[in-house]
Structures are given as C-alpha cells and as structure tokens.
Design a binder for this molecule. Structure first.
Ligand SMILES: Cc1cc2nc3c(=O)[nH]c(=O)nc-3n(C[C@H](O)[C@H](O)[C@H](O)COP(=O)(O)O)c2cc1C
Length: 234
C-alpha cells in the first residue's frame, strides 16, 4: 500500500507528464530514443485495452528516411509545411502508422477471430461460442457496425487508445510525441500497398505517430476548457 505522500507524489508526476506532452512539430534530428525506452512505449501499446480484447490493430514502424519520404507529399500534418521545416517525417527519432483491421478479420464469426480466440486468448470452444454470439449481437444491433468502413472505424477507435497510451508512456519518460491524422487516406493506403505490402482488404491506415525529443520548447501555452465545462457530475 502506498502511503499518502507517495500517492500525492504519483499524482503530481502524472499531471507533470500530461503537461509535458504536447503535439511536437519538430524534433531534434540528432537525438535518438534508446531501444529500452522505445520498447517500453511499444509494450504500453501491446498491453492496451481493446473492445472484446480483439486487438484489431497493427503497428508499422517506418525508420528508413527513404520510406518516410513516400508519405511527404500528402501528409500535411507531418511534412513541416506549417512551419517551413522537414516536419515530424524528417526529424522524428521514431515514426509509425497504426493500421486498423477491416471487416475481413473483424466480422463476428470470421476464421481469423476463431483462430485468435483459440491461439491468443486460449479460450475453450464453449466460451468461443459465447464470444461469437455476444460480438455478433454487438455488431448487428447494439452498435450497428456492419460495413467495411464501420468495422475499420471501430478498429481505428481501438488504435487511438493504443496511441494515447504510447504517448503517455513516452511523456513519463520525458520523450516527446505527436499524433498525426493530417494525411490523405486513399494515397496513404496506396503507398502502404505498393511499398510495404499491406493488403488494403485486410488493413486501413488509422493514425500516424512520431516520437523523439523536441527541437524547441512549444510555441504556444497549453489551452483547455475548464474542468466544469469538461465534466458533468450527476
Ligand atoms: C488524433 C489526432 C490527430 C492529430 N493530427 C495532427 C497532425 O496531423 N499534425 C499535428 O501537428 N498535430 C496533430 N494533432 C495534434 C493536435 O492538434 C493537438 O493535440 C491539439 O491541438 C492540442 O495540443 P497539445 O497536444 O499540444 O496539447 C493531432 C491530435 C490528435 C489527437
């Protein structure tokens, strides 16, 4: 059990980390994140919660500058066009894309899910039947998630939780980051298929991310609505 002062210290550390984190536009290109720290960030991703525990995402790390450049033209949120630099694409120590699973794998009863329940979740057949029924109802009538687009968007929601945890883990280590959805979906999918062998029937891009160490302090102070505007208690 933590004593009261230790709890207060942890509370302060958490808020410090959240204040430290900002959407970093330009990283110091000379500073690389060490492997143990980035492995920790990836482990935070892997341990993240997902709906039904289906883990409907995959992380693609893009460390080759040549490969990063393939995204530059249509990734206005990461190419530095807003600040006249080479952007997160040109300066991040680590850059990646989280891919979202599509209907092919994430439709209730799919072969993929049967195998996933058996091999990853290690569920017995009778529990798999319960999962199939519950997830089928969730897709059919609870949330109406049926089309490929709806299922990929649902997978993408899980991807955003993953990314949030990665950014918080980074901030606790005083590593900077930026979430990035400033890119053209269709062109990103084309590049992923042509240059990374990503089958668009199986995966759609959800969100990009960059990690590294800030080149400069943030240009703007953090602004947020008040707690009263943000939260209602009943
Ligand atoms: C899902 C998501 C996508 C974002 N996309 C971009 C982006 O493409 N480029 C960028 O520079 N910032 C991007 N941002 C950063 C936001 O603009 C930023 O988080 C917001 O203005 C609050 O500022 P702060 O993160 O510095 O506190 C994105 C943020 C989120 C959560």
């Amino acid at each position: 059990m933590k004593d009261i002062t230790e709890t207060a210290r942890t509370q302060a550390e958490i808020i410090e980390a959240f204040k430290f984190r900002h959407a970093c536009k330009v990283f110091d290109p000379e500073r690389k994140i060490d492997d143990a720290s980035f492995d920790t960030i990836l482990e935070a991703a892997r341990l993240s919660p997902t709906s039904f525990g289906h883990e409907p995402f995959k992380i693609l790390m893009i460390q080759s500058q040549e490969k990063r450049e393939l995204f530059r033209e249509f990734s206005w949120g990461a190419n530095g066009m807003m600040n006249g630099t080479s952007g997160q694409l040109g300066t991040a120590s680590h850059f990646g894309i989280i891919l979202a699973h599509t209907a092919e794998t994430m439709t209730a009863g799919s072969d993929y899910l049967q195998n996933f329940y058996r091999t990853v979740k290690q569920l017995p057949d009778e529990v798999i039947e319960i999962f199939n029924g519950a997830y089928g109802k969730f897709q059919d009538s609870d949330h109406h998630i049926k089309t490929d687009r709806e299922i990929a968007d649902w997978s993408g929601k899980q991807a955003y939780i993953v990314l949030a945890n990665m950014m918080t883990a980074g901030a606790l280590l005083r590593i900077d980051s930026c979430p990035i959805e400033g890119f053209d979906m269709a062109l990103t999918s084309e590049v992923l298929e042509e240059h990374f062998g990503v089958d668009p029937k199986l995966y759609k891009p959800a969100v990009m991310f960059a990690f590294g160490y800030r080149a400069d302090e943030p240009q703007f102070d953090k602004t947020r609505r008040t707690m009263e505007e943000t939260v209602s208690w009943f």
